[in-house]
Design a protein around this ligand. Structure first.
Ligand SMILES: Nc1nc2c(c(=O)[nH]1)N[C@@H](CN(C=O)c1ccc(C(=O)N[C@@H](CCC(=O)O)C(=O)O)cc1)CN2
Length: 286
């Protein structure tokens, strides 16, 4: 078997094309949504992701606001920027690029954000709304994964899903989204404390690999016909991305997301969706 590609680039392009029309409609009503980003430090990957987010904004017609602080920025300096964006009417939604430098209390920064402007869906209020099944912006990568699977007709309803990883951007929220009635999957969450990862993986119809361990998932761990989403990003000496999924998995799986070109572009597209949806809700309330 040679797996079919879960094409994140093409799916994200279709989403952005739809958003371009919706942003134009908002502008006709006098509303220009704007995405803010807060980038702290000089991590090349984070710089690249944030630059991509601003390129996307330009592409769909969103305004964008960039705040960049040095790696030496203090907790108080970062909090001051968050307070400023909370108050800035031009910024309808924003994100704080993660991870923040060592020594910064990331949770305190997230908690300080105005939940109404949380474009990442990572504010505790919005994560709580997800738990309560109330409307909220959804974390971008997990939501992007669901959208990617749906776009390719992969059955989620009733599927056995194994999520590998428990980080705040993917691992924690992914099961919350997949177990909603609208998705209706059964989810097992695995992590570094899991005793027999292979045993869980071999039972999965869908694997979401977000461990950050290069080539952790091998062909022999995967049930023939499964869909495998490679979310992990490690880099070799030349900066080339090494995903969590071994290339041999493509011979066993029915569906596989390339990395790059799979979940990454979907993360960015879903962020734009959150910003535009928030602006549409605000416009409807006028
Ligand atoms: N505040 C947040 N921080 C982080 C998030 C997040 O959702 N919110 N997720 C990741 C990084 N991320 C978004 O910020 C992200 C990761 C990857 C991509 C992407 O387009 N990747 C490309 C490859 C780019 C490359 O060559 O390096 C791809 O997969 O094709 C976009 C956004 C952690 N932080």
């Amino acid at each position: 078997m040679s797996a079919q590609i879960l094409d994140g680039k093409a799916t994200a392009a279709a989403i952005k094309s739809d958003l371009t029309v919706r942003v134009a409609a908002l502008k006709e009503k006098g509303i220009t949504p704007g995405l803010g980003t807060v980038l702290v430090g000089d991590d090349p990957a984070s710089q690249k992701y944030v630059a991509g987010k601003h390129r996307d904004c330009a592409q769909v017609g969103l305004a964008s606001i960039q705040r960049t602080l040095p790696a030496t920025a203090t907790q108080e300096e970062i909090e001051a920027v968050v307070r400023e964006l909370n108050e800035d009417p031009a910024c309808t939604g924003y994100i704080v690029q993660l991870p923040l430098p060592k020594g910064i209390d990331e949770n305190r920064i997230l908690e300080l954000m105005d939940p109404a402007k949380d474009a990442d869906g990572l504010h505790p209020t919005n994560l709580g709304r997800l738990v309560l099944n109330e409307p909220a912006p959804l974390p971008c990568t997990p939501n992007g994964i669901v959208t990617l699977l749906r776009a390719h007709g992969v059955e989620i309803n009733g599927a056995e899903v194994v999520v590998v990883g428990r980080g705040v951007t993917i691992g924690r929220p992914m099961p919350l989204i997949l177990t909603r009635r609208s998705e209706n999957a059964t989810v097992t969450q695995c992590h570094t404390g899991t005793r027999d990862l292979s045993a869980h993986l071999r039972n999965a119809d869908i694997i979401v690999a977000a461990a950050g361990v290069p080539h952790l998932i091998k062909a022999e761990d995967v049930k023939p016909g499964a869909a495998v989403l490679d979310v992990g990003v490690s880099r070799n000496g030349e900066g080339k991305i090494l995903g969590d999924v071994d290339p041999g998995v493509a011979e066993v799986a029915a569906w596989i997301s390339p990395n790059p070109g799979g979940v990454g572009p979907m993360t960015r597209a879903q962020l734009l969706v959150n910003v535009v949806e928030a602006a549409e809700r605000a416009a409807a309330a006028l």
